[in-house]
Design a protein around this ligand. Structure first.
Ligand code: MUC
Ligand code: MG
Length: 373
């Protein structure tokens, strides 16, 4: 059989409206910007991928514009003309010429997997070794910035059986105001829901000591990234003292970060994100480090659209244990889709397609309408 080559790689920046403003410690999202990758191969197969971050440069080191520029100028030229079926070789080439850039690499790795799955007639999960679960339970983030509105939103999600795990975005307001907000929501929902918080590095250690204690005493199940990713000593101390388990999110910007956090005992849960590890295969390396270290797992998101969400989901369904479930709700935060069939959420779960590749088809018209020109 003659070799199948990567013929071209196209990147598109797509801006989609959100159902409401989404308020995080570092940024309030009024829209989400996706970078869509189209990787065309000499056998006529096209793989699609997504490289998406939150709030321009306010969350991580890569922005949609830098992702596009770096793929177009540096990464794509390294892949065009290469064997489309050899994902190990392709990703090694990228790692050799580009440090970091895990968001960009994640979209490319997803596109390579999608193409290979379509070529072989296999879902990406099967390329990754096979699924051990069918669906993934999905948390919803309450981030309207208003306590009563958040409670109403949670009640509605419980009623329609879409979510029973809620993550509250805090860290932007004064500590006491944030604590009051979280405790009021937990009181309203009681045992009907798991309530967790994400501080997005918003506290310093002095505030985190009190914050973690009050949250733990009030039945909050998990505290995500309470302090800066840079303050390793603080993370270790909080992980030792907090009643509620501490999850590392921003602290993990690479597989190597995951290893060093595990070695230091700086968290008891890892948020897995394909974008921060360099793709669906790369994130499984972080999962293996966690498993070996006895660290629990959570399937995280960068609020990707359908493509990035299912690229994550195909990796997460292969995991042995996913104790804290997932937050793969990105498509539900958007008012518009750029694929023909949106991912299916039913009975608290995201269904992971069993069709070849990621299981998605681009809606050319919608994509052309929302793509930046
Ligand atoms: C984050 O920090 O976890 C995930 C859900 C959400 O609302 O924001 C993201 C990012
Ligand atoms: Mg987080």
């Amino acid at each position: 059989m003659s070799q199948i080559l990567i013929e071209s790689i196209q990147t598109l920046i797509v801006d989609l409206p959100t159902i409401r403003p989404h308020k995080l410690a570092m940024h309030t999202m009024q829209k989400q910007t996706l970078v869509i990758i189209r990787l065309r191969c000499s056998d006529g197969v096209e793989g699609i991928g997504e490289s998406t971050t939150i709030g321009g440069l306010s969350y991580g080191n890569e922005s949609p514009e830098s992702i596009k520029a770096n793929i177009d100028s540096h990464l794509a030229p390294m892949l065009v003309g290469q064997d489309a079926s050899n994902i190990n070789a392709a990703m090694q080439r990228l790692d050799k010429i580009a440090k970091g850039n895990t968001f960009a690499k994640s979209g490319l790795e997803s596109a390579l997997l999608d193409a290979q799955g379509k070529r072989l007639g296999l879902p990406v999960s099967e390329l990754l070794g096979g699924r051990v679960r069918d669906g993934l339970e999905v948390a919803w983030t309450l981030a309207s910035g208003d306590t009563e509105r958040d409670i109403a939103e949670a009640e509605q999600m419980l009623d329609i059986r879409r979510h029973r795990i809620f993550k509250l975005k805090i860290g932007a307001n004064p500590l006491e105001q944030d604590l009051k907000h979280v405790v009021a929501i937990k009181k309203a929902l009681g045992e009907r829901a798991s309530v967790r918080v994400d501080v997005n590095q918003g506290w310093d250690e002095s505030r985190a000591i009190r914050g973690c204690r009050v949250l733990g005493e009030n039945g909050i199940d998990l505290i995500e990234q309470p302090i800066s990713r840079i303050n390793r000593g603080g993370q270790i101390r909080l992980n030792q003292s907090s009643i509620a388990p501490i999850m590392a999110d921003e602290s993990i910007e690479s597989v190597e970060d995951a290893f060093s956090l595990a070695a230091d005992g700086a968290a008891s849960i890892f948020a897995l994100k394909i974008a921060k590890n360099g793709g669906p295969r790369a994130v499984l390396r972080t999962a293996q480090i966690a498993e070996a270290a006895g660290i629990a797992l959570y399937g995280g998101t960068m609020l990707e659209g359908a493509i990035g969400t299912l690229a994550s989901a195909h990796a997460f369904v292969t995991l042995n244990k996913l104790t804290w479930h997932t937050e793969l709700f990105g498509p539900l935060l958007l008012t518009e889709e750029i694929v023909t069939e949106a991912p299916v959420y039913r009975d608290f779960q995201l269904e992971v397609p069993r069709t070849p590749g990621l299981g998605l088809t681009l809606d050319e018209e919608r994509l052309a309408f929302f793509a930046r020109t």
